[in-house]
Design a protein around this ligand. Structure first.
Ligand SMILES: *Cc1c(COP(=O)(O)O)cnc(C)c1O
Length: 376
C-alpha cells in the first residue's frame, strides 16, 4: 500500500536547485538563495554566527521579541552590541538608525526584524537600508513575517542576509526556510574564524559544497515533505500573483484595524500609526480592566479555529493578536474574528456595535490605502 507522505521518491539536487530559484524570483534577488532544512530560526542563527565575532560592532534593532534573541546570539559570538529599542506600539525610523551610526561610527553589522507578527509592527526597511549602505555595514533582515504580506526586496534595499520562512503570509510549511546571501556577506563569513564550519548551523558549508560545486550534490538527504510543501506554496503564490497575495494581507490588516475601532468596547489598535502596523497580523490593546487571555479564550469558545491569540509573555494581559495571514487573510476570517471579539466583550458587559464593525471592516477591505495600508 503506497502512502502519499511516506513513499516519496528522493528529492533530486536539480529539483532542490529549481525550488531555490523559484524562491529567488519571489524575492526578486540575484543573490545566492539557500534553502535551509529547518524552521527559520536555523538560518537566522546561522547567519549571525557566520558573520559575527569579537571584532564585530553590531547595531541590533529591537522592535519585538526576535530582536532580543538576535542580540543574545550576537553577544554570545563576542560582538559589541548596541541595542536600539523602540516601544512595541511603534516602528523604528531611519533617523534613529542614522543617530546610532553617528554615536557609534564603528558599527559594521545591523540586525533588524522587518515585520513583527508578535507585536504587530512593521519597519521601514528601504529607508533604513539607505542609511546602512551609506555606512558600509552588513545588513541582516528577518523577513519571516513580511514575505508574502508586503514587499521584501533584498537587492533594492541593500540587504546582505535576508531570512524568510514559509509559515506566515506565504501560507506554507514551518519546517523549511531560506536565506539570500550577498557577496559581501559571504566574504565576511569566509574571513570569520568563528563562523560555524562542518556544522548544521553553517551557511559556509553550503556555499563551499553546494553553491560553488554548481549545485550538483546535496550535503545531506533533503527533507522531502517540507521541500515539496515549499514548492507547492510558491506555486500557489505564483498562481494567485504575489501582488494579489500582498493586497489580500493589506486588506485584512486594514479591515481588522477599522473593524476593531468601530466595534468599540474599549478595544484599540496596539500599534498607534496605521502605516507602522504590519499587514501580517493586527495587535489590539484591551481595556485595562480586562484580561486579553481571558477575552481570547472566550472568543475562541464559539470557534476554536479562529486565528487569534493573546500576546506572548508580558503582553498576555494587554494584547490580542489577530493572525490574518496566509489562508486566513480573507474577509470571512476577519469578520469572524471581529464578531467573536464583539461577543466576548459583550459578555464582559462592554457596549459594542458589531454592525458598525462589520461595515467598517468591509469598507476598509475594499480601500486599504484609505486606512493607511500601502498594500501591493
Ligand atoms: C514567526 C516569526 C519567526 C519564526 O518563528 P516561529 O516562532 O517559529 O513562528 C521569526 N521571526 C519573526 C519576525 C516571526 O514573526
Amino acid at each position: 500500500m503506497s502512502h502519499p507522505f511516506l513513499d516519496l521518491a528522493p528529492l533530486s539536487a536539480g529539483r532542490f536547485a529549481a525550488i531555490e530559484d523559484r524562491v529567488a524570483r519571489l524575492l526578486g534577488t540575484r543573490q545566492d538563495v539557500l534553502i535551509t532544512q529547518g524552521e527559520a530560526l536555523l538560518p537566522l542563527e546561522g547567519a549571525i554566527r557566520g558573520c559575527a565575532g569579537p571584532d564585530t560592532v553590531a547595531l541590533n534593532v529591537v522592535t519585538g521579541p526576535y530582536g532580543q534573541t538576535f542580540g543574545d546570539w550576537l553577544r554570545d559570538c563576542g560582538a559589541t552590541v548596541h541595542d536600539l529599542s523602540v516601544p512595541f506600539h511603534t516602528a523604528v525610523t531611519a533617523d534613529l538608525v542614522r543617530q546610532a551610526f553617528a554615536e557609534h561610527p564603528e558599527i559594521d553589522f545591523v540586525s533588524l526584524v522587518h515585520a513583527e507578527a508578535a507585536t504587530g509592527n512593521t519597519n521601514p526597511v528601504a529607508e533604513i537600508g539607505e542609511v546602512v549602505r551609506e555606512h558600509g555595514a552588513l545588513f541582516y533582515l528577518d523577513a519571516v513575517a513580511s514575505v508574502g504580506a508586503e514587499p521584501v526586496l533584498p537587492d533594492a534595499w541593500g540587504v546582505d542576509l535576508c531570512v524568510i520562512g514559509a509559515q506566515k503570509a506565504m501560507g506554507g510549511p514551518a519546517g523549511v526556510s531560506a536565506v539570500s546571501v550577498s557577496e559581501r556577506a559571504w566574504a565576511r563569513m569566509a574571513a570569520n574564524p568563528g563562523a560555524p564550519r562542518r556544522s548544521y548551523l553553517s551557511l559556509l558549508d553550503w556555499k563551499e559544497r553546494w553553491i560553488d560545486g554548481g549545485r550538483r550534490a546535496l550535503l545531506h538527504a533533503p527533507a522531502q515533505l517540507e521541500m515539496l510543501a515549499l514548492e507547492a506554496c510558491v506555486e500557489r503564490i505564483e498562481a494567485e500573483g504575489l501582488e494579489t497575495v500582498m493586497a489580500r494581507h493589506a486588506s485584512a490588516a486594514a479591515a481588522t484595524r477599522a473593524g476593531a475601532l468601530a466595534l468599540g468596547g474599549g478595544l484599540e489598535p496596539y500599534v498607534h500609526e496605521a502605516r507602522e502596523a504590519a499587514p501580517v497580523a493586527t495587535t489590539l490593546r484591551v481595556p485595562a480592566e480586562l484580561d486579553a487571555s481571558e477575552l481570547v479564550a472566550r472568543a475562541l469558545e464559539s470557534d476554536p479555529a479562529l486565528p487569534m491569540a493573546a500576546g506572548g509573555g508580558a503582553l498576555a494581559k494587554e494584547m490580542i493578536r489577530v493572525n490574518h495571514y496566509g489562508p486566513d487573510a480573507t474577509r470571512g476570517t476577519v469578520q469572524s474574528c471581529l464578531a467573536a471579539l464583539g461577543a466576548a466583550l459583550a459578555d464582559k458587559g462592554r457596549t459594542t456595535d458589531p454592525a458598525a464593525a462589520r461595515r467598517a471592516a468591509e469598507d476598509a477591505w475594499e480601500r486599504p490605502s484609505a486606512a493607511g495600508f500601502a498594500g501591493a
